[in-house]
Design a binder for this molecule. Structure first.
Ligand SMILES: Cc1ncc(COP(=O)(O)O)c(C=O)c1O
Length: 503
């Protein structure tokens, strides 16, 4: 206990060094709560995560005991197979948040004990996330709302004249934020293989370099597709980018929940991810990576917390100041520059808790388990000839636990609804906010796609629609088996609406 108290004292008086390891940060965070709570301190999430609550599921999630109503009466245990949209919360994350919640206080402001504690935990969370993402010396971790927010932040921080290169296959969050890039956006054609992706990028960047040798360039690429689950050749794409003096931001929204992501090892310049896909659904996301463009940019949001000083006067009287009306404003450098307003402390705390739990469980172990589930799912669906699994890079491409398919004879929306109403299975259907990719995979059949994620979009999205199954750490084998059985049964029965007149 005295060691914990010592750690807590250190924790409360001096910020954790940026290079602190995840373990150190976790210990410091736990110790800080221990100080506030006394001897009945919570156990660190990492150690709880190691104790399996269910065979084959090293990281229990919330909701694994929820039952949902079925259309024909009765209930079924909910099979959450929509992790790619939002993963359930890890039990360890929930417990950590519950233990911290009574001690929650404002950060970076108050002198009260709980404000000091929360400030320390918030900055410790930053160090934990930095460690989880293999941040290099000098890299920044900025807390945002989500991957979408992170990529929009980077888009707002591009140096003038930057040209952005992005495959048309990207999720809209990675495809669209660059529309105001000074040097324009270049959409790269859908590649048929990882090698082709590297070659296409290489050629595009070489041409750009010849035409505008000194203009900055940024590549935005996903690590794992939210439609096919296929892994993109991130390391090779980073090398291609750097060969031509470009930088690369990795959209790790789907990669980070399934594979270790290290800025240091991949060489990527930035990485963006969302807490709610990483088992921490408390509204926080991250942009981590190089500081220079971020420090040179206008603050993403203007307001308290981003400002070092605000004085009456002109910028001439105050070096480094911006003129805002009759005020001279000096902005912070570092993460605070882009985190104006009261930060989402619990979100950041939850995200760091998830990072600790995933690191403790071992992403390699989770990958092995997930690959076994994926093999089972693919083999089960392969036995139903009407099912067509969508793939860009082919059957042998490495992939995470995300798989989209269509079923001959069934409308995808109706199939997804039937899976829910009759089997208690939650999947997603539609275009998955990646309209050009799904269009390419489905052969761009005619049909006016409805707006992404609009709940009543079912009627307007016609042929361009698929069903997506996605899973992760908390998924039991039974969920995958139930899905396969349900699809086979529904295929045997046929889509009742397809036979109706007028359809
Ligand atoms: C690959 C990919 N990138 C970005 C996003 C956007 O994430 P968020 O909605 O959390 O901002 C998603 C969400 O599904 C995604 O799958």
């Amino acid at each position: 206990m005295s060691a914990a108290r010592n750690a807590a004292t250190t924790c409360l008086t001096a910020p954790a060094p940026a290079a602190a390891t995840a373990a150190t940060a976790a210990t410091a965070a736990t110790a800080a709560i221990a100080t506030a709570t006394g001897p009945a301190a919570v156990a660190p999430a990492a150690s709880r995560a190691a104790a399996p609550a269910e065979v084959g599921s090293p990281l229990p999630v919330l909701g694994d005991d929820v039952r949902v109503p079925l259309a024909g009466g009765g209930t079924a245990p909910y099979a959450a197979l929509d992790y790619a949209a939002s993963a359930p919360a890890l039990r360890a994350v929930w417990d950590d948040v519950a233990a911290y919640a009574p001690y929650y206080g404002s950060v970076h402001r108050g002198t009260g004990h709980l404000s000091q504690l929360s400030t320390e935990l918030f900055e410790t969370a930053r160090a934990t996330v930095a460690e989880f993402l293999g941040a290099r010396d000098g890299d920044q971790v900025v807390f945002t709302r989500s991957t979408t927010d992170s990529l929009n932040l980077l888009a707002a921080a591009l140096p003038a004249d930057t040209r952005v290169f992005v495959f048309e296959t990207e999720h809209h969050a990675a495809l669209l934020p660059w529309r105001r890039a000074g040097g324009g956006v270049q959409h790269l054609a859908t590649p048929a293989s990882p090698e082709r992706a590297v070659a296409v990028l290489d050629a595009a960047l070489a041409a750009h370099r010849r035409q505008r040798p000194h203009a900055p360039a940024l590549v935005c690429v996903t690590g794992a597709s939210n439609v096919t689950g296929e892994l993109w050749p991130v390391r090779e794409l980073v090398e291609a980018a750097h060969r031509h003096g470009a930088r690369l931001v990795l959209d790790a929204a789907q990669l980070a929940p399934h594979r270790a992501v290290s800025l240091r090892e991949l060489g990527a310049d930035w990485v963006a991810l969302s807490g709610h896909k990483l088992y921490a659904p408390f509204g926080a996301g991250v942009l981590a990576g190089r500081a220079d463009w971020l420090d040179a940019a206008e603050p993403y949001l203007a307001g308290g917390g981003a400002t070092a000083t605000v004085r009456r006067g002109t910028a001439e009287d105050h070096p480094d100041a911006d003129q805002v009306g009759d005020l001279a404003v000096r902005w912070h450098r570092g993460p605070a520059r882009h985190e104006a307003g009261s930060p989402n402390v619990i979100g950041a705390y939850a995200l760091a808790s998830a990072c600790r739990a995933l690191a403790a469980a071992g992403l390699e172990e989770l990958t092995r388990r997930e690959e076994a589930l994926l093999r089972r799912l693919r083999a089960g669906l392969a036995a139903v000839p009407e099912v067509r699994v969508l793939s860009l890079f082919g059957d042998d491409a490495p992939r995470v636990g995300v798989l989209s398919f269509t079923v001959r004879g069934w409308d995808s929306r109706r199939l997804a609804v039937a899976l829910s109403e009759r089997y208690g299975i939650g999947v997603r259907d539609g275009l998955f906010c990646a309209h050009p990719l799904v269009g390419a995979l489905l052969g761009d059949q005619p049909g006016e796609p409805a707006p992404c994620a609009v709940p009543d979009s079912g009627g307007a999205e016609t042929a361009l629609r698929a069903v997506r199954v996605s899973f992760g750490a908390g998924t039991p084998v039974e969920h995958v088996d139930r899905l396969v059985r349900a699809v086979a049964e529904l295929v045997r029965e046929g889509d009742p609406a397809a036979a109706a007149p007028g359809c």
